[in-house]
Ligand binder design. Structure first.
Ligand code: PLP
Length: 219
C-alpha cells in the first residue's frame, strides 16, 4: 500500500530546511487542485507548473493571488495562453520564444518576468541555452531588444545522478555565469535545485528552488 503523504508536514519540513530566505516555488504538476489548496491554505503563494494547458486550467480554478511560474519547455505557439497572467517564465530556452513572449506581453500591455534556462547538465538534455547564447541574449536584452520582458535571472537543472560532486560542479558553473552577468546589470533570481538537491543548490548560491515530490510525494 502506498503511504498518503502528509503535505502539511512535508511543506513545513522543506520550508524549515531552507536556511537563507531563498524563494520556494512549490511544483504542483500532476497534482490536483485540492492538494495545491492545502499548501495555499498555509499561506504559500508561489507555485510552478511545467505544462501550459495544466497551468491554464489550474489558474482558472484557483485563487488569483497565486504567483504562477512556468518551469517547463514552452512552445512558441502556446505563449499566448499564459501571457496575460503568468508571473515568471523560468524556462526561456531560445531567442525565438523570448521574442514571442515579448510580443505577447506587449499585446497584453505588461512586462513579463523571465529567467533564461541554461544547459548546465553534462547529460544530453533537450532544452536550455548554451553559456554563450545566454550571454548574447542578455546583452541584447540590455541593449533594449526585448522591451516587454524583464530578464530577472537564470534557471538550471543539474544532471540526474547520485554523484553530488558532479551536481555541485554544475550548480557552481551556473552561479559563476550568474555573477558574471550580474556585473553588467544585476540579476535577481538564481533558480536551481529540486527535491533531491535543493539544499546543495542553496549552498552553491541558489536563491530560488523548485520543489515538488518532497512535498506532494511521488507522482
Ligand atoms: C518537476 C520539476 C521540478 C520539481 O521536481 P521534484 O523532484 O518533484 O522536486 C523542478 N523543476 C522542473 C523544471 C521540473 O520539471
Amino acid at each position: 500500500m502506498q503511504e498518503i503523504p502528509d503535505i502539511v508536514a512535508n511543506y513545513q519540513k522543506v520550508k524549515n530546511s531552507i536556511m537563507n530566505d531563498a524563494k520556494l516555488v512549490v511544483v504542483s504538476k500532476n497534482h490536483p487542485i485540492g492538494k495545491i489548496q492545502e499548501v495555499y491554505n498555509l499561506g504559500h503563494r508561489q507555485f510552478g507548473e511545467n505544462k501550459v494547458q495544466e497551468l491554464v486550467e489550474k489558474y482558472e480554478l484557483l485563487p488569483k493571488d497565486i504567483e504562477w511560474h512556468l518551469i517547463g519547455h514552452l512552445q512558441t505557439n502556446k505563449v499566448k495562453y499564459i501571457a496575460e497572467f503568468v508571473d515568471v517564465i523560468e524556462s526561456v530556452d531560445s531567442r525565438k520564444v523570448l521574442l514571442e513572449i515579448n510580443k505577447q506581453a506587449e499585446k497584453f500591455q505588461r512586462k513579463i518576468k523571465v529567467l533564461l534556462q541554461v544547459k548546465i547538465a553534462e547529460e544530453d538534455t533537450k532544452y536550455g541555452l548554451e553559456i554563450n547564447e545566454t550571454k548574447e541574449l542578455y546583452l541584447e536584452y540590455l541593449n533594449g531588444l526585448f522591451p516587454h520582458v524583464e530578464i530577472c535571472g537564470l534557471m538550471g537543472m543539474a544532471t540526474f545522478t547520485d554523484d553530488q560532486s558532479q551536481v555541485k560542479k554544475e550548480f557552481l558553473n551556473l552561479k559563476s555565469l550568474f555573477d558574471q552577468l550580474s556585473q553588467r546589470s544585476s540579476l535577481e533570481l538564481l533558480s536551481m535545485g529540486m527535491s533531491n538537491d535543493y539544499e546543495l543548490a542553496i549552498s552553491c548560491g541558489a536563491n530560488s528552488v523548485r520543489v515538488g515530490s518532497a512535498i506532494f510525494g511521488q507522482r
